[in-house]
Design a protein around this ligand. Structure first.
Ligand code: FES
Length: 65
């Protein structure tokens, strides 16, 4: 389980990425992971999965820089 707030599993996130969600906000929209009442404590894990699934590029979608 990646997002405890909303009960989202890693598999669900990987499928969303494979289906075209290549940014954090797209993952939020498609899976509800990362937008629960805790304020997003799982987002680091989401970034990590994105980085693993998208080796060609860095995760995008938030203004970290
Ligand atoms: S654990 Fe994912 S938003 Fe709280």
């Amino acid at each position: 389980m990646i997002c405890l707030c909303n009960g989202v599993r890693r598999e669900t996130i990987e499928k969303a990425i494979e289906g075209g969600a290549h940014r954090l906000d797209e993952i939020f929209d498609q899976t509800t992971a990362g937008v629960g009442p805790c304020g997003g404590s799982c987002r680091d894990k989401l970034r990590q999965i994105l980085a693993e699934k998208l080796p060609a590029g860095k995760p995008q979608g938030e203004h970290d820089d």
